[in-house]
Design a protein. Structure first.
Length: 311
């Protein structure tokens, strides 16, 4: 992960003219007014690192503002569902209304107080404030995955609740409190957060999370969700462990597939386990097969297997 280095428009006329020539021929990429990065670094960067470069550049030109909302999520490297926003979101302490510019979306900050921290030189809302802002502005899926990730990093739920109490959005606060009730540091990925939200929306009882199963050979492992009264294990399969070598612990993708199959066979052999449900992203997204998969496993879906999952 390498964030492109910023190149600020030079005050020396000769250097400034050279920069403009580089910009016209594509050697530089403009990321804010008077701020550029080199094309080579831009093309080598991930989409996340590009947005962080934009955030740093935009704040350089608006130093009174704080990077916030989805942009704060990205700077903190919390989970987010693609696509990432094109513009950087800022909290402006001098504005009462929103403003959209070429490079930034500014939210009015007059009347608000917020806590900031510096991340790689960028002034950004702290994770607790970021989680509350996301819950008040974006869909419930993104809200829960961010809140879960913030709790996983050790920020206490009481602090998030206190930040929520300080906000005045009465209608939105009901949704926010629902998210804070569901939020748990035991959800270890964005996919698990979305799976948890989907099961909640389908009226299922609260499952046990990260339950450890054992057999005569020893520990089988932890499962994402366990419904002991129904004998159903739900394991979200994000597929990253097959594709990302850094997550495979020096194993090939084929070895990971075999290990997962053997692990699942051991799980299914546990006397209390009647079904193992393994959704992937397209299953748990709105309109996906997840409700039907749960119903087929014998879980009591309250709203029918054709229910969409309303984020």
């Amino acid at each position: 992960m390498t964030v492109p280095h910023l190149v600020v428009a030079h005050t020396d006329p000769a250097v400034a003219r050279r920069q403009q020539r580089d910009l016209r021929r594509g050697a530089l990429v403009r990321v804010a007014h008077g701020v550029f990065v080199t094309r080579s670094e831009w093309e080598a960067a991930t989409e996340w690192d590009r947005h962080i470069a934009r955030a740093s550049a935009v704040q350089l030109r608006s130093p009174r503002c704080t990077v916030s909302h989805a942009s704060a999520v990205i700077v903190h490297r919390l989970p987010w569902i693609l696509p990432l926003p094109e513009r950087v979101t800022l909290l402006d302490p001098a504005r009462t209304t929103a403003q959209r510019t070429r490079f930034a979306d500014k939210a009015g900050g007059i009347g608000r107080r917020w806590d900031t921290i510096a991340v790689d030189g960028i002034d950004v809302t702290d994770p607790a404030t970021t989680a509350v802002d996301v819950a008040l502005r974006y869909d419930r899926g993104r809200a829960l995955m961010v809140a879960d990730a913030v709790l996983r990093r050790g920020w206490p739920k009481d602090l998030l609740t206190a930040r929520a109490d300080a906000r005045e959005h009465v209608r939105a606060s009901r949704r926010l409190r629902e998210i804070l009730t569901l939020a748990s540091p035991l959800s270890e990925s964005a996919g698990e957060s979305i799976t948890q939200l989907a099961m909640h929306d389908l009226g299922l009882p609260a499952p046990l999370q990260q339950h450890v199963f054992r057999d005569a050979s020893g520990t089988i492992g932890r499962v994402d969700f366990w419904f002991p009264e129904h004998g159903v294990v739900v394991e979200f399969d994000g597929l990253a462990k097959y594709r990302d070598a850094s997550l495979r612990n020096r194993r090939s993708a084929e070895e990971v597939v075999v290990d997962e199959k053997l692990r699942e066979d051991r799980l299914r052999a546990v006397p209390d386990v009647r079904h193992v449900v393994r959704p992937i992203w397209r299953d748990v997204m709105p309109g996906g097969r997840f409700p039907a998969m749960l119903a087929a496993a014998g879980l009591p879906i309250a709203r029918g297997i054709t229910a969409t999952l309303p984020w």
